[in-house]
Design a protein around this ligand. Structure first.
Ligand code: PLP
Length: 361
């Protein structure tokens, strides 16, 4: 494919291998988190690649769940956040598994459903952004039994600090979750809690299923790397123009870079309109001819500018790597996130709809 200005390549086999490695290593069921278009990787091909490995998929919204059903996904689909009341009938129609975080929504679902529907109950053990507070959870679960069309398939919780070196708060949350599990007489509910960071570092958090997102795509959330994962995404653009500045001349909006001496520069065809963060202005690096070259000046909406070395043998149309490998050099998602002052999750999910995804099977 030679006519691209910028594109990402997704190695679907790598995503499948990552999922298999996680399943083998944990020995648990896999709830594969594919929210936000599979972290920017393209949700329909990713779910297809995970067929038979993922026991369940998880998305953030009802709309994402419906999209997966329409893409032909047959596996169970968990919606991680409580839906709007008005979406109860859509959940039933598309056989999604909703998360219960409050009584009103549970009641609404029970009214709309004609057959029993499976639900998961979110228990707030200290993330404090959603769910039933752990001290009230057992009572709530008891009360749910009066809603005869809701079948509680699982209870889950979510960690606030599993990616930090100090795991003490993770264990506080595990203790709270365990106290709820002990209070509910063995009525067969499953339990799940582990995001990627806990999946990689806290076996005590495994319960019946693990619930990773980021690590499926080959990106580590923290320093612990007990399972070998392969990054699945490569982001490339191309050189669109080559020029030179004389000493003291500036470039791009605001002239924030001033050439200290005669300087060769190349425009590359990617900008913040594609999700290449403007925070990378004067701090980003890209790969050209297998070597690192700095982004100079302000990143524009559609293009950015790179400083070349006088010896770089480049032409218009040549490949430039933003994330991934070129010859012996590599720029990781983590590095880019660090340079942009954010996290890998945001870099991946900000890659724009204008950037075509090319899938390798
Ligand atoms: C996003 C999300 C996950 C996955 O988190 P990762 O850090 O990407 O593994 C798991 N559970 C919930 C509730 C989430 O919102």
């Amino acid at each position: 494919m030679n006519d691209y200005r910028t594109h990402v390549k997704i190695d679907l086999a790598a995503i499948r291998r990552n999922a298999e490695a996680i399943k083998t290593s944990t020995g648990k069921r896999l709830i594969a988190v594919v929210k936000a278009d599979a972290y920017g990787h393209g949700v329909a091909p990713v779910t297809k690649a995970l067929r038979g490995v993922a026991d369940m998929f998880a998305v953030a919204t009802v709309e994402e769940g419906v999209e997966l059903r329409q893409a032909g996904v047959q596996a169970p689909i968990l919606v991680l956040f409580s839906a709007l009341s008005e979406q109860a009938s859509q959940i039933v129609e598309h056989r999604l598994v909703p998360t219960i975080s409050d009584w009103e929504f549970a009641n609404r679902l029970n009214t709309v459903a004609s057959d029993p529907i499976k639900v998961h109950v979110n228990i707030n053990t200290g993330m404090n952004r959603s769910g039933i507070h752990w001290t009230e959870a057992a009572q709530f679960l008891n009360r749910l039994k009066t809603l005869d069309r809701l079948a509680v398939e699982a209870v889950f919780t979510h960690f606030a600090t599993a990616d930090e070196a100090d795991k003490s708060y993770v264990f506080v949350q595990i203790e709270r979750f365990l106290s709820v599990l002990e209070e509910i007489p063995n009525s067969g509910e499953l339990a799940h809690a582990a995001n990627s960071a806990a999946t990689l570092a806290v076996p005590e958090a495994y319960f019946d299923a693990v619930r990773p997102g980021l690590s499926l795509y080959g990106v580590y959330p923290a320093a612990e790397r007990p399972i070998a994962l392969e990054p699945a995404l490569t982001w490339q653009t191309r050189i669109g123009w080559i020029g030179s500045l004389s000493e003291g001349e500036g470039l791009s909006y605001g002239l924030t870079y001033k050439a200290p001496h005669r300087t060769r520069v190349a425009m590359v065809r990617v900008g913040y309109g594609d999700g290449y963060s403007r925070a990378l202005s004067n701090v980003g690096e890209v790969l050209v001819c297998g070597a690192r070259r700095p982004i100079i000046g302000n990143v524009c909406m559609d293009v950015s500018i790179v400083r070349l070395e006088p010896t770089d043998n480049v032409s218009i149309g040549d490949e430039v790597v933003l994330i991934g490998k070129q010859r012996d050099a590599e720029i990781t998602v983590d590095e880019l996130a660090h340079r942009a002052g954010t996290i890998s999750y945001e870099i991946l999910t900000q890659i724009g709809a204008r950037v075509p995804r090319i899938f390798k099977h």
